[in-house]
Write a protein that binds this ligand. Structure first.
Ligand SMILES: NC(=O)C1=CN([C@@H]2O[C@H](COP(=O)(O)OP(=O)(O)OC[C@H]3O[C@@H](n4cnc5c(N)ncnc54)[C@H](O)[C@@H]3O)[C@@H](O)[C@H]2O)C=CC1
Ligand SMILES: O=C([O-])CC(=O)C(=O)O
Length: 355
């Protein structure tokens, strides 16, 4: 068990009293199924000085409601494109869950036609109003929306791949929950790397690296079924909600956890270990990550976050036969989704000017 005094000293040695420890966070899509509970969780964060809640509908009510919580973060609501600039100005972290969710029978890619344009417009706003911010994209299909945002930021000359993330934390959270249930362990003590992308076969849980390990007697079929459950967990929720949307509460939990990692890293408490869908290489990484990058320009990877964003991309570690087979199977789909996003950003109609 870590010595708490050592931990405090380690944190203190990273802290620079001249550097800020609280930050403005802008949440775009704040009135939605994810946005509302995430607003509440962000209002509880000790790292948030200002919480800007932006949406095209209903933000005055959400902001009024959340602002009555007796925590320190100052809350303001922003409604519609005319107020996007004010919501973003000064933001250190922008979280984007804006867009439509799936209904039963749809794939995440079926959301592309609507959500691609939404993310492009909001990324334009980031480029104009807070070009140095960290940007965390939740809107699906994440495998394509992150490349779209990257292209928009690149065109504007402000892309820093170390600060652009697709949020895949929900996949990690689910793997922790399911492995915890299976092994009778508190999920907070479970560690399962989940890499790749955020749709079906592109979600690759590395169960061979699970801690605690899966039961020794677990059959290959049972391991495959567990991998399949993690990959299809989003669909499990979509079907259970039967037309009323997709995961919102577990996603808000996952996004709050990812935001906490980003803010702790910004505050100088790094290195903070995370998984996120990033453009490779955000920095010159290890040999292993460079090898991944050669084939797949975007990949959800184990990373270490510091003040400047992704400071290190860690190797994936050894894959067993089932994982290696899945890795090979994901490549074509992931590359296709990345290409679709890049082409959309390059060829699509010019976005409406962000205000
Ligand atoms: N990355 C992940 O692991 C997950 C991603 N998602 C995705 O998150 C997205 C949001 O899901 P929900 O919150 O359930 O949907 P929702 O429909 O409940 O909320 C979306 C919100 O976005 C707002 N919005 C639409 N266009 C906008 C714009 N141009 N600017 C600002 N706000 C805008 C809507 O007014 C609405 O309040 C979906 O695309 C969903 O697929 C959902 C769960 C997990
Ligand atoms: O499945 C969906 O459409 C929403 C999502 O990304 C998830 O729950 O992982």
């Amino acid at each position: 068990m870590a010595d708490p005094l050592n931990r405090i000293q380690k944190i203190a040695s990273h802290l620079d009293p001249a550097k800020p420890r609280k930050f403005k966070v802008a949440l775009l899509g704040a009135a939605g199924g994810i946005g509302q509970p995430l607003s509440m969780l962000l209002k509880m964060s000790p790292y948030v000085s200002d919480l800007a809640l932006y949406d095209v509908a209903n933000t005055p009510g959400v902001a009024a409601d959340v602002s009555h919580m007796s925590t320190a973060a100052r809350v303001r609501g922003y409604l519609g494109p005319d107020q996007l600039g004010a919501a973003l100005a000064g933001a250190a972290l922008v979280i984007i869950p804006a867009g439509v969710p799936r209904k039963p029978g749809m794939t995440r890619d079926d959301l592309f036609n609507i959500n691609a344009g939404i993310v492009r417009g909001l990324a334009e706003g980031v480029a104009r109003h807070c070009p140095g911010a960290w940007v965390a994209i939740i809107s699906n299909p994440v495998n394509s929306t992150v490349p779209i945002a990257a292209e928009v930021l690149q065109k504007a000359g402000v892309l820093n791949p170390a600060k652009l993330f697709g949020v895949t934390t929900l996949d990690v959270v689910r793997a922790e929950a399911f492995v915890g249930e299976l092994t009778g362990t508190d999920p907070r003590d479970v560690h399962v790397p989940v890499v790749g992308g955020h749709a079906g076969v592109t979600i690759l849980p590395l169960l061979s690296q699970a801690r605690p390990p899966l039961p020794a007697g677990m059959s290959a079929e049972a391991r495959k079924a567990l991998m399949g459950r993690i990959q299809d967990a989003g669909t499990e929720v979509v079907q259970a909600k039967a037309g009323a949307g997709s995961a919102t509460l577990s996603m808000a939990y996952a996004a709050a956890r990812f935001a906490d990692s980003c803010l702790r890293a910004m505050a100088g408490e790094g290195p903070v270990a995370e998984y996120a869908y990033i453009r490779h290489p955000p920095r010159l990484g290890s040999g292993a990550s460079a090898a991944v990058a050669a084939d797949l320009p975007y990949f959800s990877s184990p990373v270490r976050l510091g003040r400047l964003g992704v400071e290190e991309v860690l190797p994936l570690g050894p894959l067993d036969a089932m994982e290696a087979e899945n890795f090979a199977a994901m490549k074509a789909e992931l590359l296709g989704s990345i290409q679709k996003g890049v082409e959309f950003a390059a060829k699509g109609p010019a976005p409406a000017p962000a205000k």
